[in-house]
Write a protein that binds this ligand. Sequence first.
Ligand SMILES: Cc1ncc(COP(=O)(O)O)c(C=O)c1O
Length: 323
Amino acid sequence: MAIKAEGVTRATEARRKEQAQYWVYLDGEFKRYGDARLGLMTHALHYGTGVFEGIRGYWSPEHEQLFLLKLREHYRRMQNSVKVLKLKIPINLDELASTTIELIRRNNFRQDVYIRPLAFKSSEEIGVRLHNLKDSFAIYVTPFGNYVDIERGIRCMVSSWRRVDDNAAPARAKITGIYVNSALAKTEAQENGFDEAIMLTHEGHVCEGSAENIFVIRDGKVFTPPTSDNILEGLTRLAMIELLRTELDLDVVERSIDRSELYVADEIFLCGTGAQISPVVDVDRRLIGDGQVGPVVERLQKLYFEIVRGRSAKYKSWLTPVY
Ligand SMILES: Cc1ncc(COP(=O)(O)O)c(C=O)c1O
């Protein structure tokens, strides 16, 4: 036990040292992660007054290229998120894209990466509000693999935590503070032996996972909650709708979904930048279909990974090359 703990500490220390050397972008400057310091009183740390994005870069060995997936779309969503929190990002869409590319080039990452832009209230003072505060903007990039299991399928529970309501904290904006809602649900699910949580809205409709949108397939039709059901307006969700309609020739209906529709579905999957396309094989200890990864999800996964690794000429516009 002691030997294992020592090994874990050494690995963590090695990772910390490596991370300290990464280049990051903070308030107009490129710095080493270890030199980018924030004060203990930073507003966003106390009150959750920040918005962020999560963007993936996929390394393609055959192209020797790193492809950023839906880069501009992510920054466009961020430009909407900042409006909600009265934040300002000091650079425009083109500059956001070019700064991200420059940051990755500086780090010379030649593997899959995850990009985390963050706009936040950085005044070091006490007082809950959005106005009359200093804004900061940062971008951090790190090597990244799979966030949840995408091969064997995951087991989910319907969370006892309801999704935040638009009139309390709008999920449409990717606000740091809102992720307490996701964290409560995810930990509850994992401590109960499940892989992921599915949250319901206050009205009791199926909403989304802790960091993923949800799709339900039944009798050859595909259903996903509408954006007015308190979901994050996911970019992978939009990509899935496009692929399901265009490539799989399936009807996709955006409508509210009842909890028990999950139990009788033929297939369910979660999707998001981090989770990618994650088949759900069990909800609340009820097998979905026959409990195996279904044919629609299998095809979608195959298509998606061909596209993100730059093997599809048709969907090249989804990708921005770094090198
Ligand atoms: C709560 C929530 N829903 C859905 C998603 C999926 O969004 P996207 O596909 O844009 O990553 C995320 C991912 O970041 C999320 O945090």
